[in-house]
Design a protein around this ligand. Structure first.
Ligand code: DGJ
Length: 715
């Protein structure tokens, strides 16, 4: 804070300057490269206008002041006083709102939230609250900025207090509003669907409103909440990029508006379609936290900042920098068709392949022999698993494997004891038959008795056997919620259940999943440090999915399995080396029937997994840089590990004429570099380190082949 009107928030790679404008509005004066300067100098960052040209609406009497909200860069804004861009707040029945500075305060660390997950403090974390008021509306809005200097991230939250005498209903509450000068931007979003999550879409921004939103009730595989606004010339390694993400797992909306007056407005938070909140006099509510980052080092700079932030301030404390185990999941090996003998036979082979945890997936409980029945009945089906979970855990322990358990607690089958006992616990709109997804209904987590039931029944199961890992699944979209704001209250209910189940059991490694990556977001990561990134295990598809997710979520959060060939989702045939090479830079697992591997592949996979286990710490927590593709049809990823830089190159549809390719790395080295092929019989060789940025001609890499090379300073 520089003085009472200028606030300077600094991180290792950025400055954000927020100031109080002439009529008390909170203005966004800078967000970009780190700055030094006095309050006066920083005040020069914002335009002040003398003239009032045509169609400009002044905030008050034009003859008193030329202040026009529509052309000021603002850090908060509402509708009805001449700012015609997207607003941050909406109140039912009051379409004119105008918030001006009331007070401010700075505290060390982070401030807690009442029910929504927020990031933990890192070194040097400070929080700035700027409180504004609209006395006419009887509302106070506090803009909360928290700096995470080591990560290059600044978070924002919005708190609203009813300071009037009547209840009010909010129908929109953004986590942030931010105006930045238009540098000629593209907007990068992660779009897709089941099996095709996180495909990057890049859209040039004109004078328009681009919306990245989910309305499914979840953060969604359709449109992940993470979004970038990047200079048009930016690529993986170059250019200015602004990152926005939400610590939120529900329907969300972020709009990017290329406006008049050379500014771009970004507004993000819960999707107003699924948001409503009633505030009695004296009550306060708050938005989800948003995590913002700036980098002038291209998309890789964003990856590094968000990666550091998630690894150090988002995932549960116990799992920060703690290497994740190699999981074996039998799902694609058996689907619902298994019993203890089948599982233990697989476990014996899984252990030989190098797995450390055996995850018992869907089908172990109630009458769950297929998707039609049993969801909701969380007691072991002893017809399948004689002796229950404890006996299975003992059997697994003989092979040196821990037990992991799949659950899908939010859902219920109509054909279940739970539904028969409590049909009213499922979400349903009055007078309508609820829609089903995968033969499932959703439980109403806004109801305390439903939450209590889940906390009790899950606690009993998780304490009934030596379980070390939980996969929390959720396989349908939301429907039939007729009350305004239901979805937001559902998400709060979900967070409460997760906190009550996993808070007292920090030893459990929680992997979240929602038909794969339908809920891959910072909210879920606050409870479980990794996510099953996609139900698609085809390595070609996974390259794209993982690269997309890695913009906002580090390698340690991306669960990636080696599965069978032909692939169950696409039918594509690939080598075990390619499947391994694609999964290895992330949290590696295995998901196939090992008996279907030929002896050569089995030995190969075991050797590869052993290598992974030796290097996993660096792979999971090292910096991941993608190298913008050259014209040789290969994808390249470089992971900086303590042992060196692992360069992974993947042959993806090279053109027939592209006989050779380039060995490239994101950064050069002074002196010589030794390049050691990780697998195969090729010998290490030496190159001038500086040549690798431009690229060094290398041998062909056909479709579906990969090279992993470890690069270290030579000698
Ligand atoms: C969807 C998950 O994404 C799969 O991995 C598997 O757990 C199935 N659900 C089980 O029903």
């Amino acid at each position: 804070m520089l003085d009472d009107r200028v606030f300077h928030l600094r991180t290792q790679c950025s400055s954000m300057v927020v100031g109080i404008g002439p009529a008390g509005h909170v203005e966004q004066w800078w967000w970009g490269a780190p700055l030094d300067g006095t309050a006066e100098a920083l005040g020069g960052l914002v335009p002040r206008w003398d003239e009032v040209p045509g169609l400009v609406l002044t905030h008050g009497h034009t003859s008193d002041s030329p202040l026009a909200l529509n052309r000021q860069p603002l850090a908060w804004s509402s509708h009805g006083k001449g700012d015609f861009r997207q607003p941050g707040i909406g109140v039912v029945g009051q379409r004119v709102l105008d918030f001006t500075h009331h007070s401010h305060a700075v505290v060390e660390g982070v401030l807690p939230s009442g029910g929504l997950p927020v990031a933990d403090a890192g070194p040097g974390t400070q929080t700035l609250d700027i409180t504004t008021r609209d006395e006419v509306a009887g509302l106070e809005v506090t803009l909360r900025f928290t700096t995470f200097p080591a990560s290059g991230v600044i978070t924002r939250r919005t708190l609203v207090t009813n300071i009037g005498h009547e209840p009010i209903v909010l129908d929109r509450l953004a986590s942030f509003v931010m105006d930045v000068p238009n540098l000629g931007f593209d907007v990068v979003t992660l779009d897709g669907w089941w099996l095709s999550e996180a495909h990057q879409t890049r859209t040039p921004l004109g004078q328009q409103v681009l919306t990245n939103a989910s309305v499914t009730g979840a953060s969604s595989a359709a449109h992940n909440p993470g979004l970038l606004v990047v200079e048009s010339r930016a690529d993986d390694q170059h250019g200015r990029c602004l990152g926005f993400n939400l610590v939120y797992s529900g329907s969300h909306a972020t709009t990017v508006e290329g406006g008049q007056w050379g500014t771009v407005r970004v507004v993000g938070g819960p999707n107003p379609i699924d948001f409503a909140w009633r505030l009695a006099p004296g009550e306060t509510t708050e938005s989800p936290e948003a995590a913002l980052t700036f980098s002038d080092q291209g998309l890789n700079g964003v990856r590094a900042n968000y990666g550091h932030f998630v690894d150090h301030c988002i995932v549960p404390e116990r799992w920060r920098q703690r290497p994740r185990p190699v999981v074996f999941n039998h799902w694609e090996g058996t689907y619902f068709d298994y019993d203890t003998d089948v599982l233990l036979a697989m476990a014996a082979q899984a252990a030989q392949l190098g797995a450390e945890v055996f995850v018992l997936d869907d089908g172990w409980f109630g009458q769950r022999n297929g998707p039609l029945a049993g969801l909701g009945d969380w007691s072991v089906n002893t017809d399948k698993l004689a002796g229950g979970l404890d006996a299975l855990a003992r059997g697994l322990a003989e092979h040196g494997l821990d037990l992991g358990l799949w659950v899908e607690p939010e859902s219920v089958n109509v054909d279940s004891d739970l539904y028969r006992a409590h049909p009213d616990w499922a979400i349903a709109a009055p007078g309508r038959r609820p829609s089903e997804g995968r033969h499932q209904l959703l439980l109403d987590l806004t109801r305390p008795e439903v939450r209590d039931h889940l906390v009790g029944v899950l606690g009993d199961v998780l304490d009934s056997a030596p379980i070390s890992f939980v996969k929390w699944d959720m396989n349908r979209l939301f429907s039939d919620a007729s009350e305004p704001g239901f979805h937001h209250r559902y998400v709060l209910g979900l967070y409460e259940v997760l906190g009550r189940v996993f808070g007292p059991r920090p030893h459990l490694l929680l992997e979240t999943c929602s038909s794969g990556g339908n809920r891959f977001d910072l909210g879920m990561l606050r409870f479980g440090p990794q996510v099953w990134a996609s139900d698609c295990t085809d390595p070609f598809q996974r390259l794209r999915i993982q690269q997309g997710h890695s913009l906002f979520y580090p390698a340690s959060t991306i669960s990636a399995h080696v599965s069978a060939s032909p692939n169950h989702q696409t039918g594509r045939v690939t080598s075990v080396d390619f499947r391994f090479g694609v999964a290895a830079p992330y949290v590696l697992g295995i998901e196939l029937d090992p008996a279907t591997l030929d002896p050569h592949d089995r030995a190969r996979l075991a050797e590869r997994v052993a290598w992974y286990r030796r290097h996993r710490e660096g792979l999971q927590f090292g910096r991941h840089d993608h190298v913008a593709p050259a014209l040789d049809g290969r994808q390249r990823l470089a992971v900086t590990t303590p042992e060196g830089v692992l360069v992974a190159e993947y042959g993806v549809s090279p053109r027939p004429g592209d006989a050779n390719g380039l060995l490239q790395a994101p950064r050069g080295w002074p002196g010589m570099v030794e390049v050691e092929p990780v697998f195969g019989d090729k010998s290490p060789f030496v190159l001038p380190g500086a040549a690798l940025v431009q690229g060094v001609p290398t041998t062909p890499l056909p479709d579906g082949h990969c090279h992993l090379s470890m690069l270290r300073p030579a000698g």
